[in-house]
Design a protein. Structure first.
Lengths: 378, 199
């Protein structure tokens, strides 16, 4: 079918489209390559629809403003890259413990430190999971195309609202700075989830009430409920606690509200895995090089397939094991020195051969490099 | 060395791959965006545009790829260029190896002096921009006009529409002229390749 609504859209602006579709009306950020167009797009679009854009003095205050906007009832987002993502970690941790829904986009570049502002990398995969100190469970999603970026941003907001937690979108320079012809979703085409609001009488309200699914109905400041946000470990009322029992309840809540629903959060793209003897497992932009490599190898008669992780964290232990159960060999291409490969080693039976294919010189793995690796392990 | 797999791989030539290359500030990335937008008007085609540049605001190597296909485009970057534009000697030296054997090479003859092949098109885009189109800044748009003429990947009309959508207010005529001159000069060279040494 000919789609006449197509537009040539930049990956970073696709994130803006997805966020606005999902209801984001507050953006605070400090521009940084290769994520700057997210801020530019928000500064252009949000005022038109009654939203707010604010450029803060740095990344620490940016995520602070995002958390503040969210506890005041708005869907809020920021975008950054490696150096800014590092600066944001303390307040992202604050969002985990205060169970504040928000979305943080990290358009990855090479690191450490200022590193490679304009070069592609996937070296923040572990930081996205373990960035803030302490025990918590993170949700991290990773698109691979401009079209994906729209839908994964919508999904990130939905997960964030549903589970009252920050969600990180791991993009990278190639996706952020790539233009593709896509059709934007029409109203109603995707479900939009909003946080569960408090409905009890104000005197009965507990901001962190224990519920069956672990998610506490939320009241925004100014809505007439007495609510509280503290980074100190707290009880269901939000009061700080040093009671071992209450501490454990809080930390279990942070984990279980996500892990009990892991199968609904994880999302994979599975290509040509039915009879595959060798599997590639990838995420983000490199998946597109893998897709072409898999198609070419199939045409040469090699039984190979792809499992692409749209949800990187929580890691899809069971689904990955199911899809790869007939594979003796797994190749894990990443634009880093080998990060998610360790999760695959953890999950798969010990007799599975697992190969890490790494590139960390600022360029993407090419389909030919992926095929060379395939030939090597065949 | 014998490759049991790689020797059997045939990359289907179902994509048309274009690279614009030069130095930061020459407008190669913007040029590629305009080209991708112009090509994208044709609904039968998929288009992906990517870029690679350095941290500098000006200077440093800059390149942008446009991949066109009637099929789904998996890998977004170019692999075997069907067309390469070089606006500096450095980009010529760096990217010539990526050009397919039947690919079209286009160079700015005022800026690229050493070309490692006999088969190529040369026009002094920067000089034409400065002396005929009214401003050196439209050298990239002159080159786009020439690309339309040399490759036929996009019509002159669609290209002008796309250029004008991106042109800052007040520069429309300069940009339209730039496309027209680039297109016309390229058509002359295409008919009579001996003119290409002219600079």
């Amino acid at each position: 079918m000919v789609d006449t609504q197509r537009t040539l859209l930049l990956g970073n602006l696709a994130a803006v489209e997805g966020a606005i579709y999902a209801g984001m009306r507050f953006y605070a950020g400090y521009p940084i390559t290769p994520s700057t167009e997210v801020a530019e797009g928000c500064s252009r679009e949000l005022p038109k629809i009654g939203g707010r854009f604010i450029q803060m003095e740095d990344e620490i205050s940016s995520i602070g403003a995002v958390v503040g906007a969210s506890v005041s009832g708005m869907k809020a987002m920021t975008a950054t890259s490696g150096p800014g993502f590092s600066l944001m970690q303390e307040n992202i941790g604050y969002a985990y413990i205060t169970e504040t829904p928000c979305v943080v986009i990290n358009v990855q570049r090479g690191g450490p430190s200022t590193g490679l502002p304009t070069k592609v990398s996937q070296s923040d995969t572990m930081q996205a999971r373990w960035g803030p100190h302490g025990d918590y469970t993170a949700i991290v999603v990773a698109p691979s195309t401009v079209g994906d970026t729209v839908t994964e941003t919508i999904r990130a907001f939905n997960l964030s609202e549903r589970f009252r937690t920050p969600v990180v979108i791991l993009m990278d320079e190639i996706i952020g700075h790539q233009r593709e012809l896509i059709s934007l979703p029409k109203p109603g085409e995707h479900q939009v989830i909003n946080r569960v609001k408090a409905t009890v009488p104000p005197e009965e309200f507990q901001p962190f009430r224990l519920t069956a699914n672990g998610v506490s109905p939320m009241a925004a400041y100014g809505e007439g409920y007495r609510t509280i946000s503290t980074g100190l470990t707290h009880d269901p009322m939000g009061f700080t606690t040093n009671e071992p029992k209450e501490i454990k309840v809080k930390l279990d809540k942070l984990r279980n509200k996500i892990m009990d629903f892991r199968s609904e959060i994880t999302k994979l793209r599975v290509e040509m895995m039915d009879d595959a003897e060798i599997a590639f497992v990838s995420y983000g932009s490199v998946s597109r090089a893998v897709l072409l490599a898999v198609a070419l190898a199939r045409s040469a008669g090699v039984k190979v397939g792809l499992v692409q992780l749209y949800t990187v964290w929580p890691f899809p232990d069971n689904k990955l094991r199911d899809y790869c159960q007939k594979c003796q060999k797994i190749i894990v291409p990443e634009l880093n020195m080998g990060q998610i490969v360790h999760e695959i080693r953890r999950v798969m039976p010990p007799d599975t051969e697992i190969h890490s294919l790494q590139r960390y010189d600022g360029e993407i793995l090419t389909p030919m490099q992926i095929l060379e690796k395939l030939e090597e392990v065949m | 060395m014998e490759h049991k797999l790689l020797d059997k791989i045939e990359v289907p030539h179902d994509r048309f791959e274009i690279r614009l290359s030069g130095s930061g500030g020459q407008g190669m990335i913007l040029g590629s965006v305009i080209l991708a937008e112009a090509i994208g008007v044709d609904y039968s085609k998929n288009v992906v545009q990517t870029q690679s540049y350095g941290p500098e605001a000006r200077g440093g190597a800059s390149k942008a790829d446009v991949v066109v296909s009637t099929n789904e485009i998996y890998y977004p970057k170019a692999m075997q260029l069907d067309m390469l534009l070089c606006m500096t000697q450095e980009s010529m030296d760096r990217y010539y190896a990526d050009l397919h054997k039947d690919g079209v090479l286009i160079v700015d003859s005022g800026l690229v002096k050493n070309v490692p092949t006999e088969t190529y098109y040369a026009l002094p885009f920067t000089k034409i921009a400065r002396e005929e189109a009214g401003h050196v800044m439209v050298a990239n748009v002159v080159a786009l006009g020439a690309i339309a003429a040399f490759t036929g990947i996009v019509s002159k009309e669609d290209l002008i529409d796309a250029v004008l959508k991106r042109a800052p207010r007040g520069t429309e005529e300069k940009n339209r002229t730039a496309v027209e001159i680039g297109y016309a000069e390229a058509m002359k060279v295409k008919k009579d390749p001996s003119r290409r040494a002219e600079d």
